[in-house]
Design a protein around this ligand. Structure first.
Ligand code: UDP
Length: 323
């Protein structure tokens, strides 16, 4: 099969590329290397089954040509990470909204199946509002005002979801929408705010581990190898077409506990320090208290179960930064 991966040099994209290459597929990647890195796919560059294109998904001529010659598209290119969104809001909105528009328009022109990756950010504060029940795909979204920049990311990805579902319903384009919850593993960089690579890098240097807020907020982390397995299974499953599906690991941990776990596992002398959100992100920043997926739908469609637990996830990141 010929597969196009947008954002294929990024953290999740490059692991997906590894998986597809190992399956013997022909793989095309388009990546502008804004947050991705050529190093992530360097080991495939000499392989005749691998084709890398340095470019942006906003370039419709290039994208149209790539999509026309592929069988299916995994659309992962996006502006990601809370820090990036807080620092470069125009770029975030343009890449996420216009980029997905171009991908879907080209896919529709050539009637190629697309898996669109969205994010658990679209739920916003829903879990805080529903008494802490895990988030199901049909939950109401609860997002803050447009004057709070953080929510722009949630809204840009929600627009992507609406557009993908509209193409499915109106144009009969086969699409699958995936809401990725916090995904972690080797190659993820801490530069854009991701918590586990940040904590691990600080711990290995014996520098302070900075917990934003009071550390009682919680998250659920999925290993990238599990995420890739879920994406591939969903792409293969016809019943997933026209669906929105959570991909995540329901195991939950508070950020305070996570800081301690990283410190223990690295045998680090780092102090754990707490920094108010306003100091980290400026006034008015809102964080989610909890975010945990209900993965019933994913299990029913694909039989998927996460394999790697939190300790193995943290261990894989430690090993990556040590080597
Ligand atoms: N966080 C933290 N210290 C860091 C980076 C993140 O305490 O150096 C917190 C952040 O405020 C959030 C959680 O860890 O409560 C997860 O942050 P991340 O950016 O990884 O993901 P998201 O906020 O998108 O869930």
């Amino acid at each position: 099969m010929k597969v196009l991966v947008t954002g294929g040099a990024g953290f999740i994209g490059s692991h997906l590329v590894d998986h597809l290459m190992a399956q013997g597929e022909q793989v095309w990647v388009i990546d502008d290397l804004s947050t991705g890195n050529l190093k992530n796919v360097a080991h495939h560059l000499q392989n005749p089954r691998f084709h890398f294109h340095l470019g942006t998904i906003l370039d419709e001529t290039l994208l149209d040509r790539l999509i026309s010659q592929c069988d299916v598209v995994f659309h992962l290119a996006a502006a990601v990470g809370v820090k990036l969104i807080m620092n470069r809001p125009v770029e975030t909105l343009e890449t996420n909204v216009r980029g997905t528009e171009v991908v879907l328009r080209c896919a529709n022109r050539h009637k190629k199946k697309v898996l669109v990756t969205s994010t658990s950010e679209v739920y916003g504060k829903a879990m805080d509002d529903n008494g802490g029940a895990p988030l199901r795909e049909d939950a109401d979204r609860v997002v803050g005002p447009t004057t709070k920049r953080r929510w722009s990311y949630a809204c840009s990805k929600a627009f992507d979801e609406f557009l993908a579902l509209a193409y499915y319903e109106e144009k009969k384009l086969p699409v699958v929408v995936v809401r990725l919850f916090n995904t972690v593993g080797p190659r993820q960089i801490g530069q854009y705010g991701m918590v586990i690579p940040n904590f691990v890098q600080k711990a290995l240097l014996n520098k302070p581990i900075i917990v934003y807020g009071d550390g009682t907020q919680s998250r659920s982390f999925l290993h990238v190898a599990d995420a890739v397995e879920a994406l591939v299974r969903l792409m293969r499953e016809p019943r997933a077409e026209g669906q929105v599906v959570n991909v995540g690991n329901p195991e939950e941990v508070t950020i305070g506990e996570l800081a301690q776990l990283v410190k223990d596992m690295t045998r680090s002398a780092s102090p754990i320090e707490f920094l108010p959100y306003e100091k980290a992100f400026g006034p008015g920043f809102e964080d989610m208290r909890r975010r945990r997926p209900d993965i019933t739908k994913l299990k029913e469609l694909t039989g998927f179960e996460p394999v790697l637990d939190l300790r193995s996830i943290v261990a894989s990141v430690i090993e990556y930064y040590q080597s």
